[in-house]
Ligand binder design. Structure first.
Ligand code: AMP
Length: 124
């Protein structure tokens, strides 16, 4: 799948639409999800143009990959959800319901998130 540089996260990265930034470095941007599903709901994205987790893990540099995971940990620490706990989710492709075709990791926290079984296998 070719990268669509008009997707909403590409536009956020270019500063064309606003986002509530919580972290930024050379390779990564993290910002609040616009339709948050938990008290903490942050999206951590690479600045590089990667459609999905598949594209990212196949084609990103080691530096980009390390930066993304470091950023996930830092955001969780900075937002104070390490002790209470948090969940990382990344949707890839149609079966997972990926809506935005720019790789992103969701961080959820700040409340009891419920069992993974319902999320992963509960059906429609
Ligand atoms: P996914 O279904 O994993 O592709 O998740 C896409 C996420 O992007 C959803 O949780 C949306 O609420 C979020 N989203 C879409 N547009 C924006 C935006 N302009 N700013 C922040 N989050 C957004």
């Amino acid at each position: 799948m070719a990268y669509d540089d008009e997707n909403v996260f590409a536009r956020i990265l270019r500063g064309e639409i606003p986002a509530e930034k919580v972290y930024e470095d050379e390779h990564v941007l993290a910002f609040n999800d616009i339709a948050h599903l938990a008290p903490v709901h942050v999206l951590v994205i690479p600045k590089g143009q990667y459609v999905s987790c598949d594209d990212f893990t196949a084609n990103a540099s080691d530096a980009e990959m390390a930066a993304l995971m470091r950023a996930v940990g830092k955001v969780a620490r900075d937002l104070g959800v390490v002790d209470s706990g948090y969940r990382m989710v990344s949707n890839t492709g149609p079966d997972a319901g990926q809506e935005v075709p720019h790789f992103h990791i969701h961080i959820f926290g700040g409340r009891r998130l419920g069992g993974l079984r319902r999320q992963a296998g509960g059906g429609e």
